[in-house]
Design a protein around this ligand. Structure first.
Ligand SMILES: Nc1ncnc2c1ncn2[C@@H]1O[C@H](COP(=O)(O)OP(=O)(O)OP(=O)(O)O)[C@@H](O)[C@H]1O
Length: 272
């Protein structure tokens, strides 16, 4: 993906010094009440420092999306505290979010979809076209601003969703299985491009996936959650080259295979 000029202005202040971007302290979360209550998560405590690409892996229903929703401010923890940039998270305030489905306006143009996010971020109308072009170039979609969303592929739509999430200039990106609905080849390309964008922008990210390979390829740290209610089964740094590495060479490194094995075993044990 070609490098684009850095046209975004961060609205969210960067965490000062070593303060974590996200801190989760003694969190438990349940859905419903009384006899019908489902405890989805916890007890769970973790900190996410600035610049980290944290990948959450674990068996189906272990609470990965719940944790993401708590960080996004869509849910409030039943117990404990979640802080993002030192504040209680509010939906749309601190983080850009990418879901499994792109959730774009299909009848509008690609540029309009990204432009709306810029508008909500308070970017003056006159500045938007240049910012839209910069964001689309960053996700490998230069010169598509005038196309309608229904005219582009699913993979391209997901790229637009990432551009839209970056448009707010947020320093935290939350991604909930964004590539799960894509074919294998498109998925691989998007993984490679997201890895590059992440290394270039240094955006702190939390990424939910079922794929151990995706976790090792994208993350700088992986957390495996146990079966519901999700607690930390494994918390491991992923110390692989972030820039300049050819994806195939990266996947061929002994350290890559070792991490895959370690995380894969933890996921299987968590599911049993
Ligand atoms: N709104 C809700 N009301 C009731 N229960 C819910 C709700 N959302 C999630 N749950 C339950 O909480 C548990 C955790 O769900 P969550 O979606 O966080 O898991 P997950 O690890 O993301 O799952 P998957 O990998 O299958 O997407 C599950 O048992 C789920 O059924």
């Amino acid at each position: 993906m070609p490098s684009a000029p850095d046209t975004e202005t961060p609205r969210t202040p960067k965490a000062p010094g070593s303060a974590p971007v996200v801190s989760v302290t003694g969190v438990r979360h349940s859905y419903g009440r009384g006899a019908d209550a489902v405890t989805a998560l916890g007890p769970l405590s973790l900190e996410i420092p600035a610049g980290e690409f944290l990948v959450l892996v674990g068996p189906s229903g272990c609470g990965k999306s719940t944790l993401l929703r708590l960080i996004a401010g869509f849910e409030q923890a039943t117990e404990g505290a979640v802080e993002v940039f030192g504040e209680r998270p509010e939906p749309g305030d601190q983080a850009g979010i990418v879901f499994q489905q792109p959730r774009l306006f299909p009848w509008r143009t690609v540029g309009d979809n990204v432009g709306l996010a810029l508008k909500y971020a308070g970017v003056p109308r006159a500045e938007r076209p240049e910012r839209i072009a910069g964001l689309l170039a960053r996700v490998g979609l230069a010169d598509t601003a005038g196309r309608r969303v229904w005219q582009i592929s699913g993979g391209q739509q997901q790229r637009v969703a990432i551009a839209r999430a970056l448009a707010g200039g947020k320093r935290l990106l939350l991604l909930d299985e964004p590539f799960a609905a894509l074919d294998a080849l498109t998925r691989e390309r998007l993984q490679e491009d997201l890895r590059t964008v992440s290394a270039e922008t240094g955006t702190t990210s939390v990424f939910v996936t079922h794929s151990v390979d995706e976790a090792v390829f994208l993350g700088t740290r992986a957390i495996v959650l146990t079966n519901r209610p999700g607690t930390v089964a494994l918390d491991v740094p992923i110390d692989l080259p972030r820039t300049g590495a050819d994806p195939d060479e990266l996947r061929g490194l002994p350290a890559y295979a070792a991490l895959r094995a370690e995380i894969g075993t933890a996921v299987r044990e968590a599911a049993s």
